[in-house]
Design a protein around this ligand. Structure first.
Ligand code: NAP
Length: 506
């Protein structure tokens, strides 16, 4: 069996005492070892201080790094002093010394050497040659880190792991490179580096030890793990990794779900998909797709790979990749919304036929819901701030259109809010999209899930209406994806719990 990939916590503490405390905290959080970034200390530590730091790791792996400015560190003194401190660290028992690629080889006695190279500005053009040179050095481990601009750059880091004969660390820095840090264990990296706490990152894009251990299933990931992810921009605060990795934990499915930040633009999406599909050895099985790439996803998969409603909606939020590399597209958003509504009303989808619905908003969420309601024969009126947008959408799906401020006079039995009014951190958070509830309304569905009860829903509850929260739709769309990808039934309660916990900040 290949050696386990170590989770190393990089510590950039400001002084020796703080570093000692940070070592204890990192090991408590579950790190397999620590990297002591001596360049953060200001002054070189004395023998006694250095021994104290190494010993306080209690036999866990210690990497000592004294990074000069030319390689992105903070040390700006003379090279002789720097190397002398590293030699002292070897003498005092450090297991690994990180030595930059341009340092002439020296006798490092018993220490294991990590030869490292960093580019904080770009992906080096000669990545392959650079890796080959480092491969032929006498070092025990080679480490290459470079800045990423899309998740396809993280795939290039995985290429290096795959090709390396010498133990290798390959990291794509920046948010877009997160995959290379999170999935390092699947591809046999020597280690991945993480921060002790958010704000304490030693390099751009580092996640914390707790995030890797708890949200990203560090201990469960291995060579057979299947990969999944969410494509979007932004994705940093997406709840999808938490909800899907929780589902894998709850069912014992060997999967890992990662964030994939792809900048807006069709070409960026296509470049990543082409790069992914040209690497079948990554075992990629599924992708969630969110704003702004849902339309690009439909185009990429093609309407032959989707159901008719996806094509009519013009967008998909789910891509499934089979073991032969063929793609299928789904839109679990519309199914999620219909199921949340029908479950609350205790009816089948077919029973929506002939029912009167008012839908507020004419954007992406509204489009998916209106298309699905029209498909099941409901009578829909779309109310929107920009009337022309409502008219266009209504025209496509045989609905009617009216201005948003006319919604209070609707004669609909069911009202669905697809605007962000009332959503946390929106400039109209804490408000309802309506001046008054329509008189005949009996069911109110707000697609917003943060907060789970919006002012609109609170008013509807007080008026005795059946209420449906966007939380149910959000859980349903993720559960739908899980079921398509794994063929297992989704652990909805565990998935809902993790979303509720994250929304309440626990
Ligand atoms: P979108 O494409 O940007 O559309 C937003 C719609 O809301 C547009 O019709 C827009 O009207 C209207 N709107 C925005 N700000 C407004 C304001 N201040 N006053 C009046 N109308 C306003 O967004 P989307 O993707 O459809 O998402 C809409 C909401 O759906 C999100 O905020 C989210 O809460 C919810 N959603 C929930 C889920 C879930 O799983 N629960 C999934 C997707 C979306 P104009 O046409 O006049 O600009």
């Amino acid at each position: 069996m290949p050696p386990k990939t170590l989770l190393i916590c990089s510590l950039c503490s400001g002084d020796v005492e703080a570093m000692r405390r940070d070592i204890a905290a990192a090991l408590t959080a579950g790190a397999d070892g620590v990297e002591l970034r001596l360049d953060s200390l200001g002054e070189p530590p004395s023998d006694e201080e250095l021994r104290g730091l190494i010993d306080s790791a209690g036999g866990k792996t210690v990497v000592v790094t004294y990074r000069p400015r030319r390689e992105g560190g903070q040390y700006d003194g003379d090279e002789e002093t720097r190397l002398e401190v590293l030699h002292r660290a070897v003498r005092l028992g450090a297991e690994y010394i990180d030595v930059e690629y341009d340092v002439p080889s020296a006798n490092w006695a018993d220490a294991k050497i990590i030869v490292s190279r960093h580019d904080f500005r770009r992906v080096p053009e000669d990545l392959g040659r650079m890796a080959a040179e480092m491969e032929s050095s006498s070092a025990d481990v080679k480490k290459i880190a470079f800045m990423s601009f899309g998740p396809e750059d993280a795939l290039r880091a995985l290429d290096l792991l795959r090709a390396g004969r010498k133990p290798t660390v390959a990291l794509a820095m920046g948010e877009a490179g997160a995959l290379s840090r999170i999935a390092a264990g699947k591809f046999g990296a020597s280690c991945s580096y993480a921060a002790g706490a958010s704000g304490g990152e030693a390099a751009p894009g580092q996640l914390t030890v707790s995030e890797l251990k708890q949200m990203y299933r560090w201990d469960a990931v291995g060579a057979e793990t299947r990969l999944f992810g969410v494509i979007g921009c932004p994705v940093a605060h997406s709840m999808s990794p938490a909800i899907h990795n929780t589902a894998f934990d709850a069912t014992g499915y060997d999967g890992l779900y990662v964030p994939l930040r792809i900048e807006p633009g069709r070409d960026n999406f296509l470049r990543f998909m082409d790069a992914l599909l040209s690497r079948p050895w990554t075992d990629w099985r599924g992708l969630s797709v969110t704003i702004p790439h849902k339309e690009h996803a439909l185009e990429y998969v093609g309407s032959d790979g989707c159901d008719e409603l996806c094509s009519r909606i013009g967008a998909i939020n789910t891509i499934t990749i089979d073991s032969g590399g063929s793609l299928r597209g789904d839109n679990t958003d519309y199914a999620a919304a219909l199921d949340a509504l029908c479950a609350a009303m205790r009816i089948e989808r077919q029973e929506l036929s002939g029912k009167k619905l008012a839908v507020l908003g004419a954007g992406g969420a509204s489009r998916a819901i209106v298309a699905a309601l029209a498909h099941y024969g409901a009578e829909v009126v779309i109310y929107n701030r920009t009337l022309s947008r409502a008219e266009q959408l209504a025209g496509e799906f045989g609905a009617s259109a009216k201005p948003l401020d006319a919604a209070g006079d609707s004669d609909a039995e069911i009202l669905i809010n697809c605007t962000p009014i009332g959503m946390h951190s929106h400039d109209r958070a804490g408000q309802s999209p309506l001046a008054k509830l329509p008189g005949d309304v009996k069911v109110v569905f707000d697609t917003i899930y943060n907060p789970p009860e919006t002012p609109l829903l609170a008013e509807a509850r007080d008026a005795g209406c059946t209420c449906v929260s966007g939380l149910e739709m959000f859980v349903n769309q993720a559960a739908g994806q899980f079921e398509i990808w794994t063929g297992q039934s989704a652990p909805r309660d565990a998935m809902r719990e993790v979303v509720v916990a994250r929304l309440s900040g626990t």
